[in-house]
Design a protein around this ligand. Structure first.
Ligand SMILES: Nc1ncnc2c1ncn2[C@@H]1O[C@H](COP(=O)(O)OP(=O)(O)OP(=O)(O)O)[C@@H](O)[C@H]1O
Ligand SMILES: [Mg+2]
Length: 603
């Protein structure tokens, strides 16, 4: 438009409803999976007990969602297609939202970008049908059908060819649809779901309705959707703080993934991709996972709807907490607590995979209730394991059996009695009903790391004063924000002071972090604060240094150990939380039950 000529005034027009709907559709319906999400959410809001979804060509040619919910009467149908028309809120309190939908936008948006037809019947009414294509609404006609609703969307984006071009292959779109259905199915264990590919006549996903109490139903549903393996390797989470409840399952660190693909977070039943919550999830696993590994978890946050604003994103994928610190703190502490409580338990998949047969029992007996206090009260074991670091280990033969006293009672301990050291790295121990194999280097590294952290927590972090304070120039707002957490940073060894204007002076740094680029660290911490409202970066860096110190300070593979030393290591592992995995998230030990070994031999 030419705006140079002051005589040529641009004209302001009121766009017609069809154009407005197409624009809204741009936000709400990005690809077939988002259309499926909207339609399934409508079915769930209608109280459906079963939802059947069919697609063709990745959803580009056809999406059909049928439900057995409350249905609509003939006179409702034109309203359902009108913009900002909804039965779910009355508009008086946008912070009291208890349904998936509330914007009254999904159906008109879908009708603006595809050929949409709705067939529905409510109890006590005749069935009816309405169709809309490219924004033009047809008449309501009588139709047959059971109670419930069937929505069919054909030729998605035929009216907006530009969007059509951005779609991926049929296979990729099918996968995205399946993922959207799985995410919704995980939170609704009492609803039955099927997803069928009409091109191939194949059922892509099916989950029958679960019965019984919620936690059990949820567990079975998650096993169905995420795989049995996930549940077998997951810790139940159940914690409440200040009116917010967190439930669900978080996998052991040894069950981590290479990408953040197995993380499903829900707020009041709604699947969300929320930076605050994914950041909290990461923080909860901070020192039990190597960077580059991602935890697997399905977590449900439940709170009064007034505590959380869901009206911040057209597709409702993001939410805003009224008190983000509480939500974040709850997730972090619940995960840390559960992981520490898992004691020395490691993933069962390793042994199970080796055996080619899943063992029904997942957790070894846990007589020692592990907690952080245990780290501090394990002084004798620490002394014993420190002895491993003493020089003077003899050159070891390739494999060696240490004759251990046969009746030492230790076989009753969870990790058993050490019987042999093989290939200078594997401790083989006998338990009451099986054998345990320990990776001595990985195990000891973890113990040294936990010990270093305990020392840090007990005595604080040693700091080193800078001869010349480093001045970091920031905006005034940023300087204000970083100075607001100066006490927390000081506790971690980073001492900062205001230096006038937007500048901050760094006076002391953690002695562990020589050659620290304080300016870069402070900017990263500020980014975290902006992103997540909190930062674990400094702690993570200190922990990373402790972790590599532990790696260098621990017994290497190739060291010969006496039976007493091996047993002391096993006992300390039982006492120390998180000893089930090394600092990089690998298991430190596995157990083979006698029954499994017998099965291997076909007995
Ligand atoms: N499967 C269904 N069963 C019964 N009623 C439905 C169904 N789908 C839609 N409706 C009715 O049509 C209305 C409009 O649906 P639409 O999805 O456009 O808006 P919404 O769900 O209210 O809000 P949002 O745009 O946030 O999804 C709903 O409020 C509901 O009353
Ligand atoms: Mg809706």
């Amino acid at each position: 438009m030419n705006n140079h000529d002051p005589q040529m005034r641009p004209v302001i027009r009121q766009l017609d409803e069809a154009a407005a709907n197409r624009i809204a559709a741009g936000e709400v319906v990005e690809r077939p999976a988002s259309a499926v999400k909207e339609l399934v959410e409508n079915a769930l809001d209608a109280g459906a007990a079963r939802v059947d979804i069919a697609i063709a060509k990745g959803g580009k040619a056809l999406i059909r969602v049928s439900d057995d919910g409350c249905g609509m009467a003939a006179q409702d149908l034109p309203l359902a297609l009108a913009r900002h028309a909804t039965s779910k809120i009355d508009g008086s309190d946008l912070l009291d939202i208890r349904s998936f939908g509330f914007r009254g936008e999904a159906l008109p948006s879908l009708g603006a970008v595809g050929r949409l037809s709705i067939t529905s019947r409510a109890a006590g009414h005749d069935g009816a049908q309405i169709a809309v294509a490219g924004g033009r609404i047809g008449p309501v006609k009588p139709a047959a059908g059971n109670r419930g609703t069937m929505v069919e969307l054909r030729d998605l984006f035929f009216a907006t060819p530009a969007r059509l071009k951005f779609l991926r292959s049929d296979r990729a779109e099918t996968q995205a649809v399946a993922e959207a259905v799985r995410r919704l199915a995980m939170a609704e264990p009492y609803v039955a779901f099927t997803l069928t590919d009409e091109d191939e006549g194949r059922v892509l996903f099916r989950a029958d309705a679960e019965q019984g109490e919620l936690f059990g139903a949820l567990q079975t549903r998650l096993a169905r959707v995420m795989g049995r393996d996930f549940i077998d390797n997951a810790l139940p989470i159940d914690a409440t703080r200040d009116g917010i409840t967190l439930t669900g399952f978080a996998a052991l660190p040894t069950y981590s993934r290479g990408a953040a693909v197995a993380q499903h977070l829900y707020v009041n039943g709604r699947p969300v991709r929320d930076k605050l919550l994914t950041g909290a999830l990461r923080a909860g696993y901070m020192d039990v996972l190597a960077s580059g590994r991602h935890p697997a978890a399905v977590l449900f946050l439940t709170c009064d709807p007034h505590q959380v604003d869901v009206n911040v994103h057209p597709a409702k994928a993001e939410v805003r907490f009224r008190e983000p610190g509480i939500a974040r703190g709850l997730v972090v502490s619940a995960l840390r607590h559960a992981l520490a409580g898992a004691g020395h338990r490691a993933s069962t998949t390793v042994a199970a995979a080796a055996l080619g047969a899943a063992r029904p029992e997942t957790a070894p007996p846990r007589p020692y209730q592990a907690g952080h206090a245990a780290v501090r009260s394990s002084a004798p074991a620490i002394a014993a394991s420190l002895a491993f670091q003493a020089p003077g280990f003899a050159e070891a033969p390739a494999a060696r059996v240490e004759p251990a006293p046969q009746d030492d009672g230790a076989t009753d301990a969870p990790l058993g009695a050490a019987r042999a050291q093989l290939h200078q790295n594997w401790i083989v121990a006998q338990t009451a009903d099986g054998i345990v194999i320990v990776d001595q280097h990985a195990a000891h590294e973890r113990l040294v790391y936990e010990r270093l952290k305990a020392q840090r927590d007990a005595n604080g972090i040693a700091t080193q004063a800078l001869l010349i304070p480093e001045i970091v120039e920031l905006s005034e707002a940023d300087a204000h924000r970083i100075l607001a957490i100066a006490d927390e940073l000081a506790a971690l060894g980073l001492v900062i002071e205001p230096f006038g204007g937007g500048a901050v002076a760094v006076r002391e740094v953690p002695a562990l972090l020589q050659r620290l680029n304080a300016a870069a660290l402070i900017r990263d911490i500020l980014d975290d604060l902006a992103d997540q409202g909190a930062s674990d970066r400094l702690r993570a860096r200190v922990d990373a240094v402790l972790s590599s110190m532990a790696c260098h300070g621990s017994i290497r593979s190739g060291r010969r150990m006496t039976a007493d030393e091996m047993n002391a290591l096993l006992r300390e592992m039982e006492r120390v939380p998180k000893s089930g995995q090394c600092n990089h998230g690998r298991p430190t030990w596995i157990e083979l039950k006698l029954a499994d070994i017998e099965r291997l031999f076909g007995r």
